[in-house]
Design a protein around this ligand. Structure first.
Ligand code: SAH
Length: 398
């Protein structure tokens, strides 16, 4: 990967951080996700669904709760962006099976958007036991199968390939893996941070500043910006626009969970290898590269097509979803001390403000009518109140 990049940089000059990140993560031959995947205890970083089954179960309940609040449509697609090892969808499908009597007349299908061939194979084993059909003729999908619980599953490379229709979208630790542009304020105005060969050491990379403004500095820096260093992820903006348009047109909701901020942080681009911080410019393709998600940017890119809720801290969201009660039940049902200790340890990882509780956030896109009656202004007293959105309010256990 370094050789390939060095050749490119020598031939055509420095590249944007976004281009560098895209190559390092998803280059079809050598990209980090394409070849390694990295998620999980034996990989480079651990994610909430890999820590505890409770995480995915509560998210499964969130979708059922929204499905009920939206009048139980008779069909929906569960669409996950960047499913990693497939653990989150697996936990959600288990909840759907346990609540089969509630979902009984609903036609559910699963649609996974995954660029990595290696991870899609791992997902196929996790979700279907490996019984999948590559390149099905009848769909835009590159693979299809049936889940262990009997639900059809399809794989795509791009959200645009997923058929339209009433859908619940899920993106957990997906947006942070999308390429960012980095900008720095200088005395001469905004400049873009670029990646170049280090002239002193030709097998090493270094950051440089663009000598003048770039198309990205012109398009992505707001005139009222007060920070000196800004990261923008246009690809995240495009995907949120797509999600918002689809929800506006066909109905559904999107739940986005990631580490991030509300337009306040500056320099968050970092790498992980073997659960340790890793220099982002060293050995590209061998480490996960990531940047905090700017939720204020996502909200802006929804462009009012949907309502938005959050970001709300992971520990508040999970508490509102009833994680304490779920933990109590699991503790009561577990016979041995090792399992109980494991349950308490994973609860602490997810909820402790110093661990994942505070830095991870939940953010939702919902149709406007889910939060405000369309004719509320005319006859406010004639309508019953809309049920609160679970997770963002305390869950009413009726
Ligand atoms: N959601 C999982 C995995 C997060 S890792 C979890 O929480 O455990 C990021 C995931 O996004 C991986 O599956 C990776 O292959 C996928 N991914 C990264 N960039 C992508 C892109 N541009 N399009 C689709 N999937 C992508």
């Amino acid at each position: 990967m370094l050789r390939h990049l060095a050749r490119k940089l020598r031939a055509s000059g420095p590249v944007t951080v976004a281009e560098y990140m895209r190559e390092a993560l998803t280059n079809p031959g050598q990209g980090y996700y394409t070849r390694r995947g990295g998620v999980g205890e034996s990989g480079d970083f651990i994610t909430s669904p890999e820590i505890s089954q409770v995480f995915g179960e509560l998210i499964g309940i969130w979708y059922i709760s929204e499905w009920m609040a939206m009048g139980k449509p008779n069909t929906f697609q569960l669409v996950e962006l960047g499913p990693g090892r497939g653990t989150l969808t697996d936990d959600i499908l288990r909840v759907f099976k346990q609540l089969a009597s509630v979902l009984s007349k609903c036609d559910v299908s699963v649609h996974l958007v995954e660029v990595s061939p290696k991870l899609s194979e791992i997902q196929a084993v996790m979700l279907t036991g490996g019984k999948v059909q590559p390149n099905p003729e009848d769909k835009s999908a590159y693979m299809k199968g049936i889940s262990k619980t009997g639900i059809p599953i399809f794989w795509y490379r791009d959200i645009q390939d997923v058929p339209s229709g009433y859908s619940f979208y899920l993106a957990h630790e997906f947006f942070d893996a999308l390429p960012i542009h980095k900008f720095q304020r200088t005395e001469k105005g905004w400049r873009e941070v670029l990646v170049d060969i280090d002239p002193e050491a030709p097998d090493q990379l270094r950051f440089v500043l663009s000598p003048s403004r770039t198309p990205a500095t012109q398009n992505f820096i707001q005139p009222e910006e007060t920070r000196d260093h800004v990261e923008v992820c246009p690809e995240a903006g495009v995907i949120v626009q797509r999600l918002a348009s689809r929800i506006e047109k066909d109905g559904g909701a999107a739940l986005i969970a990631d580490y991030g901020h509300d337009g306040t942080k500056t320099d968050t681009f970092r790498g992980f290898q073997n659960h340790k911080l890793h220099d982002v410019l060293r050995a590209p393709g061998t480490a996960d590269l990531t940047a905090d998600v700017d939720f204020s940017y996502l909200r802006k890119m929804a462009q009012g097509r949907t309502a938005t809720l959050g970001p709300i801290k992971q520990r508040e969201f999970l508490k509102n979803m009833g994680i304490d009660l779920r933990l109590q039940v699991l503790l009561q049902n577990s016979g041995d001390t090792a399992t109980r200790e494991q349950l308490l340890h994973s609860y602490d990882m997810l909820m402790n403000p110093e661990k994942m509780g505070d830095c991870f956030n939940f953010f939702a896109l919902l149709p406007h009518h889910r939060l405000v009656h369309p004719d509320k202004k005319d006859k406010p007293e004639s309508k019953s109140p809309l049920p609160p959105v679970a997770g963002f309010n305390e869950l009413l256990l009726k």
